[in-house]
Ligand binder design. Structure first.
Ligand code: DQA
Length: 146
């Protein structure tokens, strides 16, 4: 089982960026934590981060026939992008959306996610640990679908 973990804009600034919301751990810490969790499950995880919407669309398209599923934190593009959910639907891979913070309890403009509709589930507000839950959800779906 091979999954692609995508982090969107400004998530390369984890550890520096608004630590009261996103914590003090870095993107490297996050990727290490996910890789360890995946290794224990026999899942191969590959990581991608970009600040550019088109680069994220390209990464999703390139995942076609190379990966079994996607975990994605689209960051601010969650609330603005139609191209990202379109790309997820285009490749037909199961995807789980994850957010470090609870987007339902923040500014009103964060309450809408265009990406949710293209995903099998969403995990929000569980900090870095939410990515582990997202991996578990994806793995369970993949095991069930054979
Ligand atoms: C985020 C929430 C988004 O609203 C925000 O733009 C981000 C990060 C989160 O992980 O909580 O950049 O996706």
């Amino acid at each position: 089982m091979k999954i692609l973990v995508i982090n969107g804009p400004n998530l390369n600034m984890l550890g520096i960026r608004e630590p009261e919301i996103y914590g003090r751990r870095t993107l490297k810490d996050l990727e290490k934590m996910i890789a360890g969790h995946c290794a224990g499950l026999g899942v191969e995880a590959v990581f991608f981060q970009s600040n550019h919407e088109g680069a994220i669309v390209d990464a999703i398209q390139e995942a076609y026939e190379k990966y079994d599923g996607i975990v994605i934190n689209p960051a601010a593009y969650t609330h603005t992008s139609i191209a990202i959910p379109d790309a997820i639907k285009a490749v037909g891979l199961p995807a789980v959306e994850v957010h470090i913070s609870d987007i339902s309890k923040r500014e009103p403009y964060r309450r809408l996610s265009y990406v949710s509709e293209a995903c099998i589930g969403t995990v929000a507000g569980l900090h870095f640990e939410g990515y582990l839950k997202a991996v578990d959800m994806l793995r369970e779906r993949l095991l069930r679908s054979g």
